[in-house]
Structures are given as C-alpha cells and as structure tokens.
Design a protein around this ligand. Sequence first.
Ligand code: FES
Ligand code: FE2
Length: 356
Amino acid sequence: MSVEEADAAVAQRKSEVPAAGQAFPRNHWYVAAGSAELGRHLLGRKLLGEHLVLFRREDGGAVAMSDWCPHRGFRLSKGKLIGDQIQCGYHGIRFEPSGACAGIPTQNAIPKQLRVRSYPLVEKWLWAWIWMGDPSKADPALIPHTGLEDRPYHHAFHLCCPMKGNYQLIHDNLLDGTHVSFLHAGTLDSEENTEVTDVDFSWETVGSLIRITRRFHNFLPTAMVAQSYALPQGVPVDRLLVTEHYMPSFVIVINRFTDPADPSRIVSEQIVHIPVTPAGRGEAYHFAGTSTSYPSGTKDDTAFLRGVIEQDLMAIETVQSGFDERGIAFREVSVRADTPGVQGRRIVASMVAAEM
Ligand code: FES
Ligand SMILES: [Fe+2]
C-alpha cells in the first residue's frame, strides 16, 4: 500500500476506528502460562474474566480448572495438590483434573452438581494454550502456525507481566513501531534514528495475521545492539525486522541479521514470542519468550526484556487510566503510523461481532 493510499484509508475510515478497550473474542486459543511456570503446585491466574487454577498432573500433563470451589466458593488455588487431585483448603472436598468431585470428608454420597469446570489446555513451543470458548470448537490446529517449530534454536521462557490495561492496547503498542525511538530511547534505540526515512517498510494482512516488515541495509550495530544479538562489532549487516500479529493472542518479533554480501547467510537471529492474553476488560498479560540462533536465556536477557516491557507497561497503563477517566468523551486522532493498529482493532472487532 502506498503512503497516499494509507493516508486516504485512514481518513476514510477515521470515523469507523473501533475504540480502544475492546471486548475479547472467546473462541480462540490464548496463552494461559509459560510451560516453565507450570509444575506440581497450584497456580492461580485470572484469564478472560475468570479465575483459573493451573497445575501439572503426576504424568506431567497440564491442567486448567475453574478456581472456584462449588461448595462455598473458596479459591481452589489456595488448597493442596494431592496426587492428581486438588483438596479444597476450606472444608477438604477433593476434585479430579476433569473437575469431577473425588470425595467429601463428611459423607459418601456426592451431589451431581458438585463439580468444577475444566478447560482444554495444549502445550506448544514455550506455552500452555487455553480454550475458554465453546468447547466443541477447541481444535488445537487453530493455534497459530508460525513455523517456530522448524527452527533448531535456543528457546527460553522469560516472564509473564500483568498490566492494568486492555489487551488491545498491547497490540496497539506493538503494531506501531514508531514508539521504539521515543518510549525505548536508550534501551532499544540510540536516539539517533527518530526519523524513519532510510528504512524499507511494508505491511500486509493475511486473514487474521498482520505482518509488518522493515529492512535496514548495511546496518552498523551499536556496541549495545551487537551484544544483544551476538553480532560481530563494527561489521555492517542487513537487518530484517518482521512483526507478526496473530490476532487476537500472539505476536512474534523476528530480528534477522544477514551478510550483505550473501543474503542467504544468517549471521544471527532472534525471535521474541509475545503472547497477549486478556485477564479482564481493563487488564491483561504480556508474556515474553525467545528463540535465538545463539545461546541466550540468561538472567541478564530476562532483565533486559523486563526493562523494555516495563517501559511499554508504563505507556499502556497511563493510556488506560486516561480512558478510564475520560470514558467515551475521549476521542483518539489517528495518524498514518496507526494504519496497522487500526487494522488490528478492526480484525478483533469483527471476531467479537461474529460471536454475538
Ligand atoms: S469451600 Fe471448598 S470444600 Fe468448602
Ligand atoms: Fe515497546
């Protein structure tokens, strides 16, 4: 799409831009947790407006159940894991991973209604994916196809960062890369490249995928960038920066550095996984993991990512609090750089509408 076409599209659709703070579609796979977060302990987490408890069975299989004891409403995540059963911490009633009641300490008969809802949970790459919509539609083949499994890279889970902001604000943030030079000045950017002029930029939509591509030719990495991506210092490389948004729940950011003399030779590659999961209407999780062509996943790598994400968190929470204060009186004004973000909102709005 040319710059003029993008301008015209923004102007024409300005009145149709779906508002920030959108509802979330339910018939999709969302990341509930990093696989590394799950174990033989009870993890309580609020997802898509519901409190859930997550754990691993003795055979290692991952389980997600409603975190709500049907007896008197105690949180099951405050109970105990005994074998594969959860024992409620209030009056000791036990539940199987299927949600069926396994026993009541004070009687033998089990009322039929005394059961907990359990949810499909599937592990793929670094993540445990949950389906909280119509169970008859929970097909694992609907988890995004990214090609990540084809890369023999080093994989690392880094963090789960809760934010007081609508999940759509995380997509807005990632879909407008112009914030990098300002919000992340000094961490992701040298502050010298605030004008996006000598960069090839393109974007496309394929179904519910938005792909943004930037190319930097003969990019000379700063010492910090060379260290972050295991690049030789003082040697120019071609840089391909691709952001793929699998709306509404998963983003990958690919940083590929190639030899300008031989574009097929990858000098170094980092793929950041960013699952985006609503906790409720105005709260969400920003997860992070990496797949890299070089050894990584150290505490320093996690600390660096955390620092960057906390800058985004500050922006997202500030924006959310502004929306909360002003309500519908706040009208955003979009500019050309928002075109992919507006497209993201439109895709999600149509997913939500399709479920009504
Ligand atoms: S609230 Fe769980 S056993 Fe009573
Ligand atoms: Fe950012």
